[in-house]
Ligand binder design. Structure first.
Ligand code: COA
Length: 165
């Protein structure tokens, strides 16, 4: 069985991530989405909230499982007996960062490859920070994120308005 891990902060999951997932799910037997607590990023959603939103948004993809991890990605890959890491590539600006991470991971665990999945052209401009920022100033991001995420962002927006009024 060919198992791949798709790691990321997913704060929150976007339609761009779903696109990468749908494409990868046709290549691998099982995809494990690994939600990471990234210490360098201040999260809007808790790990549980992110996992719950991913579960609902990816329910239509049968071979996807969702989990969280902390620590070294390489150890998690060994634990899950994965043969690959999936990363989405939007534009050339992602490339340098992703290549760097892929090289570090290869150094740590040479037998595992990073597979870059290119985004659909409709999603190359989407990022989690972008949708958070836009929704926090009242923009409609319904076309950029799954419905459950749209709802959650609206609730955060409403909560921020009531705090300032
Ligand atoms: N659609 C939408 N957004 C996309 C995207 C796509 N196709 N591809 C990338 N992105 C965006 C994400 O939304 C995210 O946006 P944000 O910065 O606004 O939140 C950004 O690109 C990339 O973030 P993410 O995928 O969450 O990765 P990351 O850089 O936060 O974390 C890990 C990368 C988790 C894989 C890495 O930090 C890791 O492996 N950590 C474990 C520790 C470790 O082993 N380190 C050694 C290896 S480097």
């Amino acid at each position: 069985m060919r198992v791949a891990v798709y790691p990321g902060s997913f704060d929150p999951i976007t339609n761009g991530h779903i696109d990468v997932l749908e494409r990868s799910s046709k290549i691998f037997d099982r995809i494990i989405i690994a939600v990471v607590h990234n210490v360098t990023k201040k999260a809007m959603f808790t790990l549980d909230e992110r996992v719950d939103m991913i579960r609902q948004s990816a329910a239509h993809i049968p071979n996807v499982e969702i989990s969280c991890f902390s620590g070294l990605l390489a150890n998690y890959l060994i634990e899950k007996q994965a043969c690959a890491i999936i990363r989405g590539l939007r534009t050339v600006t992602d490339f340098e960062y992703e290549m760097h991470m892929a090289m570090i991971n290869r150094e740590i665990i040479p037998e595992i490859d990073t597979i870059f999945v290119t985004s659909d052209k409709n999603y190359i401009f989407i990022s989690s920070s972008g949708v958070k920022e836009a929704s926090m100033v009242g923009a409609n991001v319904a076309n950029l994120v799954p419905p459950v995420v749209n709802q959650a962002l609206k609730q955060k927006y409403q909560a921020s308005i009531s705090l300032t009024t």
